[in-house]
Design a protein around this ligand. Structure first.
Ligand SMILES: Nc1ncnc2c1ncn2[C@@H]1O[C@H](COP(=O)(O)OP(=O)(O)O)[C@@H](O)[C@H]1O
Ligand SMILES: [Mg+2]
Length: 237
């Protein structure tokens, strides 16, 4: 099967700091997860895919098309939805306004996702539909950020550490959401520090270590091998 997203040998610098050092990753349709310690380049990797940070070298292909360094709005229109790390909510608009403000069909015309469907997935948002962004809890804001990406009907949804700073009960709802998403046509690229979350949605880990993917194998092996856990995630010993 052709990969939905193919990132090849990506290099990114912030000034003199060489942050991505040849990161390559191919995503098949379905769910893919990226894990790794803080500061390893995960956010930079997904920001570069989205055209928010320039790639100095390397390519990003989406559905066979080269999208490297295109303006971010063009990348979004080609069918990639993005939920950035940290939540960004238009505070002056209500939940319902925010969802309807950004809604659009997929480039191929499909419109599976609308505000009603988002409310089915996140009933909590439905209860809050008239409230402004600022009055929502952290978990509700994250759900709204995800909902805003969904209503653009992307082929691929990228979420960067959605569980960060959220209560365990909300994280469980996000995990349930990812499981529901697996039953749809939409693919998911999930960046997570929460290994339990990441492992529950995918068998395979892609571990980022200083700007490259140093481990691409199962969570099973990673979690059962103390040396690997220590080397790649700084856990234990
Ligand atoms: N805008 C920026 N300017 C300069 N350095 C940055 C910027 N964003 C991130 N960095 C640095 O790049 C490295 C990778 O960061 P990041 O991609 O956010 O990692 P992660 O998401 O894995 O925690 C870190 O050392 C971080 O301090
Ligand atoms: Mg990050």
């Amino acid at each position: 099967m052709k990969p939905i997203l193919k990132v090849n040998n990506l290099h990114v610098y912030y000034g003199g700091s060489h942050v991505l050092q040849g990161a390559s990753l191919e995503l098949e349709k379905g769910t893919t997860t990226i894990v790794g310690r803080n500061g390893m380049g995960k956010t930079t990797f997904v920001s570069t895919i989205m055209g928010l940070v320039p790639a100095a070298k390397g390519t990003v292909e989406f559905c066979g098309e080269d999208i490297t360094n295109l303006p971010s709005y063009k990348i979004a229109r080609k069918g990639i939805g993005y939920v950035p790390q940290g939540r960004r909510i238009f505070s002056s608009l209500t939940v319902d306004e925010q969802l309807n403000f950004v809604a659009r069909n997929n480039p191929d015309g499909s419109s599976e996702w609308n505000s009603e469907r988002v409310y089915e997935f996140f009933p909590r948002l439905k209860e809050r539909y008239k409230q402004k962004g600022t009055s929502l809890s952290g978990g509700e804001q994250q759900m709204l950020a995800i909902g805003r990406a969904l209503v653009t009907n992307p082929k691929l949804l990228i979420m960067d550490e959605p569980s960060e700073g959220l209560a365990p009960v909300i994280i469980d709802q996000l995990i349930e959401f990812c499981h529901k998403l697996k039953k749809t046509e939409m693919s998911l690229l999930l960046v997570e520090q929460n290994l339990i979350f990441a492992k529950s949605v995918s068998e395979n880990a892609n571990v980022m270590l200083t700007g490259t993917f140093a481990y691409k194998d199962t969570y099973e092996r990673l979690l059962n091998t103390p040396e690997l856990l220590y080397k790649y995630l700084g856990v234990g010993i």
